[in-house]
Design a protein around this ligand. Structure first.
Ligand code: HEC
Ligand code: HEC
Length: 430
């Protein structure tokens, strides 16, 4: 483009983009104004409801008083007739303050319900690696198909959004409360308040939401604004949309044939291989078992497939160790279902969130290449400790007390029979 043309076009383009920009700003403003008046409307509605509810409450309170008075007279008459202990039926007792406290653990977005305590990012990192990393990854990135807790910030509008504590959760209290109540998975309720503060601080750090010197406590908790705090809207579909779709439901002769296209049992399993094998990840129904309710068998042949390799394996292995108790081995295979989420065994077994378990008896503790063991396991490896049937059974009975500091998040096999069976089963994979 020649110089003189530049002089004409450039200012012209500049002018156009300025106009577009101003238009965009204006439409954004209009949108915000609309939303504000919509929200003001809703607040007015809620206020009106509140006034009504208050009236109702005082009416109910009066009624309660009246009923109480009536009950007192009735009880007085009854106790006069037959001596029931203190006007009750002698059942139950009042809950103790400790019992109520143990149950009353919820934490609200404004921080109400939080116990006093604090924790910093570095402590959080240590506790997280120890207690959570085996499933959620040391950086909260998620191992295999276990949930990811960090990142995903620019994906919320995608078809396949990555919803993490950082990118998605609107309140920090949800993270505190959820972790306190239900994690580590299988060992809920074992974290102290300070550990939970530290872990939550570390999760925020993993999400780049705080610096490494951040300390989270019950005091600064409610000051923290989450990334997606404003991303949730009150569901107004009942008012705005439902009426449009509502039609008279068909009650007779509606469809020639009804076909079940999918069963939840195929959908809910966390896939052992992680990501791409999950039927949850398929965007179409193709390749997913489908069958009709009036077919000869309700379980389609194609669903038997995923089981086949395991069945073959099982058939091949006990054959080798038949005299060593095929039955025990078969029982052990069942028990191994509890381990499968984390361990593989057999041909081509890989490390998952736990190491592969081939040739375990006689193998040095903590010695699988490429697996990141806990310090506790590393120390035993350096000592040269070797797995035998006895130590294996003792470890599996109570992993955490047999090897203090192990990161195997498994509470243990209580039954002696299960311990023996699993040892026999593992022993069949040389
Ligand atoms: C044995 C594996 C395991 C361990 C160890 C574990 N988790 Fe989890 N975690 C899970 C599973 C499975 C879920 C999903 C549970 C569900 O959806 O019901 C989950 C869910 C979560 C979620 C919710 C994620 C979401 O987006 O819905 C958070 C937060 C979390 N875990 C934090 C922790 C913390 C913190 C620890 C350590 C104190 C921990 N987890 C230890 C397996 C584990
Ligand atoms: C939630 C995941 C998880 C489950 C469930 C689990 N493990 Fe583990 N397992 C691990 C992890 C992680 C380690 C590594 C421990 C460490 O480094 O502290 C481990 C270690 C082991 C080891 C030591 C291996 C070695 O190389 O020294 C054995 C044996 C073992 N697990 C057997 C089992 C059996 C049997 C079951 C089921 C009854 C089971 N585990 C259930 C995660 C799990």
């Amino acid at each position: 483009m020649s110089k003189s043309l530049n002089q004409i076009y450039l200012p012209a383009f500049g002018g156009i983009s300025l106009v577009i920009a101003v238009a965009l700003v204006m439409s954004n403003r209009e949108y915000a104004d609309d939303r504000m008046s919509m929200l003001e409307g809703r607040i007015a509605q809620v206020d009106a409801h509140a006034a009504e509810s208050k009236q109702l409450a005082s009416a109910l309170a009066l009624e309660l008083e009246a009923t109480k008075a009536e009950a007192a007279t009735v009880t007085a008459t009854l106790t006069a007739l037959a001596p029931v202990s203190e006007g009750t039926f002698g059942l139950g007792r009042a809950a103790l303050a400790e019992e109520i406290a143990a149950w009353d653990v919820d934490v609200l977005p404004d921080g109400r319900g939080l116990p006093a305590g604090q924790g910093d990012v570095w402590t959080g990192e240590e506790v997280f690696a120890e207690r959570c990393g085996s499933c959620h990854g040391d950086f909260a990135e998620g191992v295999d198909n276990w949930p990811v807790l960090a990142g995903g910030f620019d994906t919320l509008a995608d078809e396949d959004p990555v919803k993490t504590v950082g990118s998605y959760w609107p309140h920090l209290s949800t993270a505190w409360d959820y972790i306190n109540r239900s994690m580590p998975f299988g060992e809920a309720g074992t974290l102290t308040a300070d550990e939970t503060y530290a872990i939550v601080a570390y999760i925020l750090y993993s999400n780049d939401l705080v610096d490494d010197d951040f300390v989270l406590s019950n005091e600064n908790f409610s000051d923290f604004d989450m990334y997606n705090a404003k991303g949730f809207v009150i569901d107004d579909r009942p008012e705005l949309e439902y009426a449009e779709w509502r039609a008279e439901p068909c009650m007779s002769n509606c469809k020639d044939e009804v076909a079940v296209t999918m069963r939840s049992v195929f959908l809910v399993e966390t896939p052992p291989e992680g990501g791409s094998n999950s039927v949850m990840n398929h965007s179409s129904l193709e390749g997913i078992p489908s069958f009709t309710a009036n077919g000869p068998s309700f379980i389609p042949a194609s669903t038997a497939k995923p089981e086949a390799p395991a069945a073959q394996e099982a058939a091949a292995e006990p054959a080798k160790g038949a005299d060593a108790g095929a039955e025990l081995i078969a029982a052990g295979e069942k028990v191994f279902k509890k381990c499968k989420a984390c361990h593989e065994v057999g041909d081509g077994a890989k490390n998952k969130s736990g190491p592969q378990l081939n040739g375990l008896i006689g193998r040095t503790v903590g010695s699988v290449d490429g697996f990141r063991y806990s310090n506790a396991f590393k120390a035993l490896m350096e000592e040269g400790r070797v797995w035998d049937e006895e130590s294996l059974a003792a470890f599996l009975a109570k992993p955490k007390s047999y090897i203090k500091g192990t990161k195997m998040a498994f509470s243990g096999l209580k039954k002696k029979g299960d311990q023996e069976a699993i040892v026999a089963y593992l022993n069949s994979f040389r």
